[in-house]
Ligand binder design. Structure first.
Ligand code: FAD
Length: 419
């Protein structure tokens, strides 16, 4: 008889994991406090970057983030507040802002992401419908120094054959690629292997596919407790009852620490709020998806709608929209593109919380001491990019009981015996 598994969270990570478990013959139930795709997965920029995957903690970020803390319209804003969880998170985060951690973290995520494109193709081949564009990402800069530094950094990827990335593109050559760019932009480079996927089309496509195959997706059902006996979760509880199960996956994004706590585990994940500004129709015609000024914001031309997405705010669990941060994104777009409108009433504005882990790497695997309770959370800025490969690797671990090598750097046990 096949085993029952409950996946908690119907964001992009939970749904791809449910897809992979269903493919391996598990009897899957997905439970979500809202409806599928309504967490961070709703507002993201849709960028799939298979091997160009940097952790958020980076060399030089400590100094920079302390300066940014003083400005509530800065790209990264940390709202000071008394919280032991935030203090522990920042302590680990800042300890990882060094070259060695950054390099090993980047390599681990590149390894995990290597299968992403192939995996998305497999998901499509199984019958899931979603919007995808195969056109690479154009990274553009106002600062020559930053452009040169980032081009040098990407050379390492280029030289080991991981990444199909262009040389620096300047002046007229750049404007031929993207005529809408303003004169503030001095250059850029192109990462050819990237893809663009409309995130709500993928979450809706997966939810439909799973439902058609008999997977129950319980919406508006918040998990309120986990029953544990002899190191195993036996039941998942809701306000309206409980469900018996053989295994559980916590894929609740930024809310995952709350669920881990129900099983006595402490995982260092904090919400990193970001915004999406959707323009329907696009106010300026764009040929490319773009990353502006070292990721300050992303610009994603989907079919019939262009999305600006960006900024990072550590202010606890809340989806409150701060006007000054929205205006900062619009100002940046208006500097980058000729004719971009500055009227804040034009776009539809959304916010969502990236699940940021303290060392910048997702937590994927068994929670300490359990062999039927796993977690797949903390994907930060790369949840869409790494979702399909996370689902596959975790489903392998849960089905065979053996940890695939690719998951070793993401073992939650790296955070100590409480994780
Ligand atoms: C502005 C912005 C731009 C981004 N751009 C990109 C990008 O271009 N590329 C990329 O790869 N990533 C990007 N990301 C990151 C990406 O969106 C996230 O990493 C990803 O969505 C995380 O997915 P998730 O499934 O882990 O969490 P979520 O999508 O947040 O889903 C978690 C789900 O768990 C449910 N839940 C929570 N608690 C409970 C409970 N107690 N019971 C039941 N259900 C519960 C929630 O309702 C929610 O649906 C971006 C993020 C933001 C904010």
């Amino acid at each position: 008889m096949s085993e029952r598994v409950i996946v908690i969270g119907a964001g992009i990570v939970g749904l791809t994991t449910a897809w992979s478990l269903h493919q391996r013959g598990w009897r899957v139930t997905v439970v979500d406090a809202r409806t599928p795709g309504y967490g961070a997965s709703r507002v993201n920029a849709g960028r799939i970057c298979p091997t160009h995957s940097d952790p958020v903690p980076a060399p030089g970020l400590v100094k920079q983030s302390i300066e940014w803390m003083r400005r509530s319209d800065s790209p990264l804003y940390i709202q000071p507040r008394p919280s032991p969880d935030l203090s522990r998170f920042l302590y680990i985060f800042w300890r990882h802002c060094n070259q060695k951690s950054y390099d090993t973290g980047s390599a681990a995520m590149a390894e995990l992401g290597r299968q992403t494109v192939e995996q998305l193709a497999a998901i499509r081949a199984s019958g899931v419908e979603f919007e995808e564009h195969d056109r690479g990402t154009l990274h553009v800069y106002e600062s020559r120094a930053r452009l040169e530094a980032d081009t040098r950094a990407s050379e390492e990827f280029r030289s080991n054959g991981d990444l199909h990335v262009s040389e620096m593109i300047l002046g007229d050559d750049l404007r031929q690629l993207e005529p809408a760019l303003s004169d503030h932009v001095i250059g850029g480079y192109m990462v050819h292997e990237d893809r663009l996927v409309r995130p709500d089309s993928l979450t809706a496509g997966l939810a439909d596919w799973l439902t058609e195959r008999g997977v129950e997706i319980r919406t508006k059902t918040e998990v309120t407790g986990l029953d544990v006996s002899n190191g195993r979760v036996t039941d998942v509880r809701f306000a309206s009852g409980r469900l018996e199960t053989d295994a559980v996956v916590i894929a609740a994004g930024t809310w995952s620490p709350i669920l881990a706590k129900m099983a006595g585990r402490r995982v260092p994940i904090q919400p990193g709020k970001g915004y999406s500004l959707d323009y329907t129709p696009a106010p300026v015609e764009l040929r490319n998806q773009l990353s502006v000024d070292a990721g300050r914001h992303a610009v994603s031309p989907f079919d019939g709608m262009t999305r600006l997405a960006g900024t990072m705010e550590l202010s606890g669990i809340n989806e409150r929209i701060r006007p000054e941060r929205v205006e900062a994104i619009i100002r940046s777009a208006a500097r980058t593109f000729q004719g971009w409108p500055t009227d804040v009433r034009i776009p539809t504005i959304g916010s969502g919380m990236r699940p940021l882990s303290a060392d910048g790497l997702p937590l994927i695997g068994w929670l300490k001491g359990y062999r039927n309770l796993s977690i797949a959370a903390g994907h930060g800025m790369l949840g869409l990019s790494l979702s399909a490969s996370t689902g596959e690797a975790l489903a392998d671990l849960m089905t065979t009981g053996r940890q695939p090598d690719v998951l070793k750097p993401f073992d939650p046990a790296r955070f100590g015996r409480m994780a």
